[in-house]
Design a protein around this ligand. Structure first.
Ligand code: MCA
Length: 502
């Protein structure tokens, strides 16, 4: 199990740096073990039981990591929340998950106290003062304990990550200890993680990409992760040039910003052992531009919250432009007819379906949605369209679901449309993604105003900001007289994209 491997590293190489924030003190594996054990002990002293949900809404900081690992350690369920969620979204996640504990930034106390009072399952909020400076006060008066129950059951839920959907409110995807371990073991095999790797970690930690693929990846290897509190392209490029690092992982928007900084110069980064791209399709021009500018061939891989990583281009061998590679060790992937679910021959486009020990156990308290997520013979329906080449490489060809990916983050148009419909001036609306070189796609809203309503784009955006995380707020609001719709009255988004994306 991932935790056992981590414990071994803590015992065998206590003085080696496990984590270090830029401008922060190094945390050696031995220190990490003590901090996590004390944090686990602290959680137990609050009466936290295995299976309890612990929600954490903190910026990227050491307390986040300590609470994350301690939660796994005591068999409770870790629920990371994007600090960008406004109160309305946060209330939904806390209520739906019936979280017992919330760990949050003290700067948000006024807003959160009012919110949690109305939640029946909420027992306590722990406020962390200046989390990025990491006072870690709860650590001081606690001794390290090792006699708490280790989560021995691989089927026990370790984390819950909320994902939105096309037809419903966000659902909590339950990731088990077995899922986490299967994922990280197969990534280690495929990407050749080594104890002497040094990861430049610039991703957010509240998603699978930054938390599992990157952070767990480094810790499982007994390697070192140097963490940036946030991604800043000039800082990242300077660090990557320093030859101190061997691994970097990013989303295409980050790679685009790094590439633009090169501005036609050649900056050799070929000392990097592994630079990966994921969470959204890597544009061809960026793949080639990176080779030209940095002498690096990005390794593109494909995953999703419900599974972690599924497919990857090879570490050795051809990293094929436009392809997401082959199934990782222990993962099975197939292409099926989206209607009949009959497997399709190579070269034909259908839905990508996935099987393996890394596939999640289901949505929290949503048995019907869980059943819908799987085919009759137990394959996970990804909702992504793709094909398999005769030599085994998979290529994605679009989405069967109505989804926008912006800066590597998923935005479900219905969620934005619901928020817009609450605005008194909105008679009808449709939300689409328009292609954008930097962000992949930008969220664009087409709105029919109610007769006589005077609302302007700025007012609509401000209204959305109160209800939605910033990345979901439409970047462009267009007022239209009508929306293209079919005979059943359903908005034809392809037509709308043609008309508005230009
Ligand atoms: C920030 N903003 C965004 C996004 N991020 N808007 C749309 N999409 C986004 N992704 C907002 C900011 O709040 C700000 O709004 C404005 O855009 C411009 O901010 P800027 O400073 O330019 O952005 P940034 O803060 O530098 O962020 C860009 C970023 C970030 C570094 C690319 O979005 C990011 O870290 N993305 C990675 C996401 C990720 O980890 N995805 C993995 C999940 P305002 O000006 O109004 O305040 S998917 C996953 O885990 C699956 C399993 C997988 O396969 O990987």
């Amino acid at each position: 199990m991932f935790l056992d491997t981590l414990a071994d590293h803590c015992r065998n190489q206590p003085d080696k740096t496990a984590l270090q924030f830029l401008d922060g003190q190094p945390v050696a594996y031995g220190q990490l073990e003590v901090a996590v054990n004390r944090t686990a002990n602290y959680l137990l002293s609050l009466g936290i039981q295995p299976g309890d949900r612990i929600a954490v809404q903190l910026p990227k900081c050491l307390p986040f990591i300590y609470f994350h690992l301690a939660t796994l350690q005591i068999g409770a369920i870790f629920l990371p929340l994007n600090p960008a969620y406004p109160t309305a979204e946060l209330r939904y996640f806390l209520a739906d998950s019936a979280a017992r504990l919330l760990i949050a930034d003290a700067a948000d106390q006024a807003r959160l106290d009012g919110l949690t009072e109305s939640l029946p399952d909420h027992q306590k909020t722990i406020y962390i003062h200046k989390p990025q400076e990491s006072g870690a006060t709860w650590l001081k008066d606690r001794s390290a304990l090792r006699d708490y129950p280790l989560p021995a059951d691989p089927d026990q839920t370790a984390m819950m990550l909320y994902t939105s959907g096309t037809t419903s409110r966000p659902k909590g995807a339950q990731i088990t200890h077995g899922n986490l371990t299967a994922n990280i073991v197969s990534l280690h095999q495929a990407w050749g993680w080594r104890a002497d790797d040094v990861l430049l970690h610039a991703l957010p930690v509240f998603h699978v990409h930054g938390l599992v693929v990157a952070l767990h990846g480094a810790l499982h290897a007994g390697a070192t992760a140097i963490l940036c509190p946030a991604f800043d392209a000039p800082t990242a490029l300077d660090l990557l040039r320093s030859r101190r690092f061997s691994v970097f992982m990013g989303v295409p928007t980050m790679h685009r910003r790094l590439y633009q900084l090169a501005a036609g110069r050649r900056i050799d980064l070929s000392h990097m052992r592994l630079m990966t791209s994921g969470s959204d399709r890597l544009p061809d021009d960026l793949f080639f531009g990176y080779q030209e500018a940095f002498n690096v061939t990005l390794l593109e891989r494909y995953g999703m919250t419900e599974t972690g990583m599924n497919l990857s281009n090879p570490l050795h061998g051809e990293r094929r432009v436009g392809a997401v590679g082959m199934p990782l060790p222990g993962v099975s992937a197939r292409i099926v007819d989206p209607d009949t679910e009959a497997p399709l021959p190579d070269g034909e486009i259908g839905e990508v379906q996935i099987k393996g020990a890394h596939v999640f156990k289901g949505y929290w308290r949503q048995p019907e949605k869980t059943a819908d997520a799987f085919s009759a013979d137990g394959w996970l329906r990804t909702g992504d369209l793709g094909l398999r080449e005769p030599d085994g490489y998979f290529t994605l060809k679009g989405r069967a679901k109505d989804l926008i990916i912006t800066g590597g983050l998923n935005v479900y148009p219905p969620e934005v449309e619901l928020a817009l419909m609450e605005h008194p001036a909105v008679a009808a609306c449709a939300v689409i993604g328009c292609p954008d070189a930097e962000w992949g796609e930008l969220v664009v809203a087409a709105i029919i105003r109610r007769d006589g309503a005077l609302a302007e784009a700025a007012g609509i955006s401000a209204f959305c900001r109160e209800r939605l995380a910033t990345y979901k707020v439409p970047r462009r609001v267009v007022f239209v007289k009508e929306l293209p719709s079919n005979a059943l009255g359903k908005v034809q988004k392809a037509k709308l994209r043609e008309a508005l994306c230009g």
